[in-house]
Ligand binder design. Structure first.
Ligand code: ATP
Length: 211
């Protein structure tokens, strides 16, 4: 699965485009970083790719996933996962139920779904914590649950919007490694919006500087 942007621009209705036309190919399992000054349109770019932009924006150009054009599809048919800064977990659901919520409907049957959630907990280093209330987890643990929840939906690409910015430097480095490894294991393309040069370096892929 490759994510390709061709001459992509996004403009608030009646205004000029936020950034010059973008061209980019993100290979499966790799992370391309998106940097740029505040307000240049990084989050708006991700929303446009994911299909979450309101009608007050005009998107031009093309977004392809394995050659298939995404822009005419609604968000739910694009299969593109998004993870935001301070990714929120549902406070009224246990950690395991938060993960189950993200799980793709393609995983059928109670036993298979339970096994998939247990595997995700294992992966996130949270064995035995499925019954916990998310509020009792550390910031790093919550970030890992949020990432696993995004990946359990089996997205065909993933967009990460400052997902590490709420974490202290030590946790940040560990969650970052975990995230990039998970993207590689899922073999899907990822875009990472970040203000942090260390994030971009650790991502290992090209850096797209807007503005
Ligand atoms: N509904 C809207 N109508 C017009 N302009 C908007 C609307 N929503 C956002 N904008 C503008 O679009 C621009 C891009 O915002 P966006 O949040 O994508 O920037 P960003 O690069 O992600 O910034 P930051 O790094 O601060 O998160 C901003 O200048 C913002 O003021």
């Amino acid at each position: 699965m490759t994510l390709t942007l061709i001459d992509l621009t996004v403009a608030p209705r009646g205004a000029s485009p936020l950034f010059a036309p973008l061209g980019l190919a993100v290979a499966p399992g790799t992370v391309t970083s998106v940097t740029g000054p505040s307000g240049i349109g990084k989050s708006t770019l991700l929303a446009a790719i994911g299909g979450h932009l309101g009608a007050d924006f005009t998107v031009r150009g093309r977004v392809l996933l394995d050659g298939r054009c995404m822009l005419s599809l609604p968000a739910e048919r694009r299969g593109i996962g998004i993870m935001f800064q301070d990714a929120l977990l549902f406070p009224h659901l246990s950690v395991a139920d938060n993960l189950a919520f993200g799980l793709s409907p393609a995983v059928r049957g109670r036993a298979a779904r339970r096994a998939a959630v247990a595997e995700a907990l294992d992966h996130a280093g949270l064995q035995g914590m499925g019954t916990r209330d998310p509020a009792t987890l550390s910031g790093g643990q919550r970030a890992r649950v949020a990432l696993m929840r995004t990946l359990l939906a089996r997205p065909r690409a993933v967009l990460l919007d400052e997902p590490f910015s709420g974490l202290d430097p030590d946790r940040r480095a560990r969650v970052r490694r975990f995230t990039f490894d998970a993207v590689a294991a899922a073999c899907i393309p990822a875009l990472l919006v970040t203000h942090d040069a260390e994030d971009a370096r650790a991502a290992g892929g090209p850096v797209l500087a807007l503005g």
